[in-house]
Design a protein around this ligand. Structure first.
Ligand SMILES: [Cu+2]
Length: 226
């Protein structure tokens, strides 16, 4: 399966899910309307309003987009949570698939959500999680010391396949820019997850708050693809 086919598959899967949800909501609306009809004057637009509501709810619940981008991993010096100085390109060069995000430990908005999702991903994958390298790079390296990252990793029950990185401010920015993730200030960060099947392969860029089900789905689909 090539990338174009995979993108089409993602699109089709999203559609199928939306249609299923709309179908379920419509059934619910119809039964609600039956009750209305029995004890109140019929509003000819009631069903239409219910439908519109159902459709917009569905859209917001699945508002992630995934596209394939050919990022090259640059050679950038970072520091892993265990205190070891490493090179980003080398860290991502082993045969494992990579699931990556950018976070900071004092964030109270999207990072806790994204980190919980990573926790769920490793749990859902079970033994297969050993085939996946999970990577979280701090966008607040001055505050996120290796020790803080270690605490953060423990808070999210990160297994040995999930590494956290910090480094100099300039190198954190360089890492963010390499994946079009730099937004000028950590408070402007957006939910983003990057996935790569293997070294030399393009990246899947998933914007929006992806669920663990979404990410495991991408993993299973891409790994199964030849
Ligand atoms: Cu955050």
């Amino acid at each position: 399966m090539n990338n174009r086919q995979y993108q089409w598959l993602i699109l089709r899967r999203g559609w199928a899910r939306s249609l299923t949800t709309i179908g379920a909501s419509t059934a619910l609306c119809l039964s609600v309307q039956t009750v209305h009809a029995a004890d109140s004057p019929m509003d000819p637009h009631a069903s239409h309003h219910h439908m519109m509501q159902a459709a917009s709810t569905t859209t917001s619940a699945t508002s992630t987009t995934a596209k394939t981008v050919d990022y090259k991993v640059p050679s950038i010096k970072l520091v892993r949570a265990d205190g070891r100085a490493v090179d980003l390109a080398t860290e991502l060069s082993d045969p494992r698939a990579v699931l990556m995000n950018f976070i900071f430990t004092s964030c109270t908005t999207i990072c806790p959500v994204m980190s919980h999702v990573f926790t769920d991903v490793q749990q859902k994958l079970g033994a297969d999680s050993a085939k996946l390298h999970m990577v979280s790079i701090s966008i607040d390296p001055e505050h996120d010391t290796p020790a803080r990252l270690k605490d953060y990793a423990a808070r999210y029950k990160a297994g040995s396949q999930w590494n956290f990185y910090t480094g100099s401010a300039a190198n954190s920015v360089a890492a963010q820019k390499a994946f079009s993730a730099f937004r000028g200030d950590k408070m402007n960060h957006e939910p983003l997850t990057l996935f790569r099947k293997a070294p030399g392969q393009p990246w899947l860029r998933i914007e929006g708050l992806a669920s663990a089900e979404d990410l495991v789905g991408h993993y299973r689909t891409l790994i199964a693809a030849k």
